[in-house]
Write a protein that binds this ligand. Structure first.
Ligand code: GRF
Length: 203
């Protein structure tokens, strides 16, 4: 069974989608740990309700040591690290030690509206401002860059000229809750093959 850790920085709706996917039997994996980079976020409550081990590693305390601390905590204990609404940057040894074993969900169709400083409602504000007709979310592997790893899957939503950033955020979040469990399922069933920037999904 695939052992995962989920890293969170907020409300944890993506974490909840993973929990629900396990409970209904769609996902055959176990959440060994939930790691938060700040306290008093609802995502921690979601984990505690399911008796999932939670670690709060305050980013303001750990600063540049945060990534190494997470690596120390998880190395040898989990097969996959899932960034689910995670706002701190992972860097250093953890990226090498967990090569093609860290995934992130981003609320746009990468390479649009991503990179440093592009998170949360800001992503959708830029998309609305640009006048896109299609947006969506991307699940990708995490590499040394920000939102630059190989793309595993993307889900799209249509954008109306009347949509606000908040409306678009809601539409995209709904698709995120499908995309992240689907990507984890593919990995748990060894259906993902990575060839440089290309991710091949095996039938
Ligand atoms: C969502 O907008 C998601 O796109 C991004 O983080 C935000 C919060 O996610 N990855 P969650 O509700 O904390 O899972």
């Amino acid at each position: 069974m695939l052992k995962i850790a989920v890293l969170i920085s907020g409300g944890g709706t993506n974490l909840q989608s993973i929990i629900d996917s396990i409970d209904c039997g769609y996902l055959n994996c176990s959440i060994e740990a939930v790691v938060a980079d700040r306290d008093n976020i609802y995502g921690i409550e979601r984990a505690k309700k399911k008796n999932i081990k939670t670690y709060i590693l305050d980013r303001k305390l750990y600063k540049n040591n945060l990534s190494n601390k997470i690596c120390e905590l998880l190395e040898g204990k989990v097969d996959l690290i899932v960034l689910a609404g995670w706002l701190s940057i992972l860097q250093g040894d953890i990226i090498k030690k967990f090569k093609n074993s860290i995934i992130n969900i981003h609320p746009s169709l990468i390479p649009s509206f991503c990179g440093n400083g592009m998170y949360g409602i800001k992503v959708h504000e830029k998309a609305i401002e640009y006048g896109v007709k299609v947006s969506g979310c991307t699940v990708h592997f995490v590499d040394e860059g920000t939102d630059t790893g190989a793309i595993i899957l993307q889900k799209t939503v249509s954008v109306s000229h009347m949509d606000t950033a908040e409306i678009l955020q809601k539409k995209v979040l709904k698709e995120e809750h499908n995309a992240l469990p689907e990507a984890i399922k593919l990995i748990s069933e060894n259906k993902i093959k990575v060839e440089n920037r290309k991710v091949i999904i095996l039938n």
